[in-house]
Ligand binder design. Structure first.
Ligand code: SF4
Length: 358
């Protein structure tokens, strides 16, 4: 992408509250390889980090900045720091920065590059979180997210684990990270040992099979050798992984790595997400194809939509109005309406482009 186009996009992104372009060198190399093979832009890895022409052009009614309503589940005094939505589980936004920006990001509203208010120092936020958790001993599981929690310096990460172990009732710590894709070198031996010592679980975010390369494989093995349990999850994204063969390839690779895939996500209908969204009917067809044509260790994953009432699945659909594209899910007696992506606006990804290595 030329410097001029990049600047134009970033200016417009600022006006519209959309993440600017930020591509780490390791990923840039992978995109360059894709460009050389395809002879054009717009391949799956390109779409992860660079905007295509339709990125800011398509607006679908009912897209919102925060579909899952994270903001309303942040306790008083812990805005943009802690989300406490489920009784026994919390989510600590350890940092508001990422090494790279994913164009499809569904947490854009909590990242500093969007809201422009840097978070208070980690030490101060940690002390507030620890204070809250001591008053809420029912929270036994804490997710470290962000931004990317593996971005923070080792001494901070180490202190964070110590404090949680010494002062709270948290027994399970789960880290969500995309750094293994963007900058695998940040996971040093010291970090792996620390995560192993506290028996942390790490959920690796990978959206395309070509994101899995040697350095990342080495880091995952190092983490596992240190005693870290590894899992994975990812959204199904148009133009990136929206074909059964891509999904199968990715799920097989993750299984080979013992990064057990847990959830496949329906993209949240957030503002300017249209270029990645897929109509529900096709999403369900993709999942059916996956169930019917692949082995059980590949297709044991669940397709879920994260919503203000929690995660819902296809069996939670209680009404589907095909004319208004309105789908109603029900969970524990509560309803949530999802506005589907119209089929006439989508162009599914093409296999030759999605799996350009052949
Ligand atoms: S790494 Fe995660 S939080 Fe950061 S931009 Fe990508 S999807 Fe969003």
């Amino acid at each position: 992408m030329t410097a001029e186009r990049r600047q134009q996009f970033n200016n417009r992104a600022k006006e519209l509250n959309v993440l600017p372009i930020k591509v780490p060198p390791h990923y840039k190399k992978m995109v360059q390889e894709e460009y050389e093979v395809l002879g054009r832009r717009g391949g799956p890895l390109y779409r992860v980090v660079y905007p295509t022409s339709d990125r800011l052009e398509i607006r679908i009614p009912h897209e919102v900045p925060d579909f899952v309503e994270d903001q309303s589940n942040m306790p008083s005094g812990l805005a943009n720091v802690l989300i406490h939505k489920y009784r026994s589980r919390g989510l600590f936004l350890v940092t508001d920065r990422c090494v790279g920006h994913c164009m499809y990001c569904f947490r854009q509203d909590v990242l500093t590059d969007i809201h422009g208010n840097p978070l208070p120092p980690l030490e101060e936020r940690l002390s507030r979180v620890v204070d809250y958790l001591t008053k809420h001993p029912e929270v036994s599981e804490l997710i470290l997210s962000g931004g990317d929690p593996l971005n923070i310096p080792f001494r901070h990460l180490s202190h964070l684990f110590e404090q949680l172990a010494q002062k709270t009732k948290v027994t399970d710590i789960r880290i969500h990270s995309r750094n293994l894709v963007f900058a695998p070198q940040v996971v040093s031996d010291k970090v792996a040992e620390l995560l192993g010592k506290y028996r942390a679980r790490i959920y690796i975010h990978v959206v395309h099979p070509y994101e899995i390369e040697d350095k990342m494989i080495e880091v995952i093995k190092r983490l596992q050798d240190a005693g870290v349990r590894t899992y994975s999850q990812f959204p199904i994204l148009r133009g990136i992984n929206d074909h059964v063969q891509v999904l199968e390839t990715l799920l097989r690779k993750l299984d080979d790595l013992r990064a057990n895939p847990i959830n496949l996500f329906i993209p949240d209908p957030i503002s300017y997400s249209a270029s990645f969204r897929i109509p529900m009917k096709r999403l369900l067809q993709l999942m059916d194809e996956l169930y019917w044509t692949t082995s059980s260790w590949t297709n044991g994953v669940r397709l879920v939509l994260d919503t203000p009432i929690g995660k819902v699945r296809r069996e939670d659909i209680i009404a589907w109005d095909k004319k208004s594209h309105q789908i109603t899910f029900q969970r524990e007696g509560k309803n949530v309406i999802y506005h589907d992506f119209p089929a006439d606006l989508e162009q599914p990804g093409e296999l030759d482009t999605l799996l350009w290595k052949g």
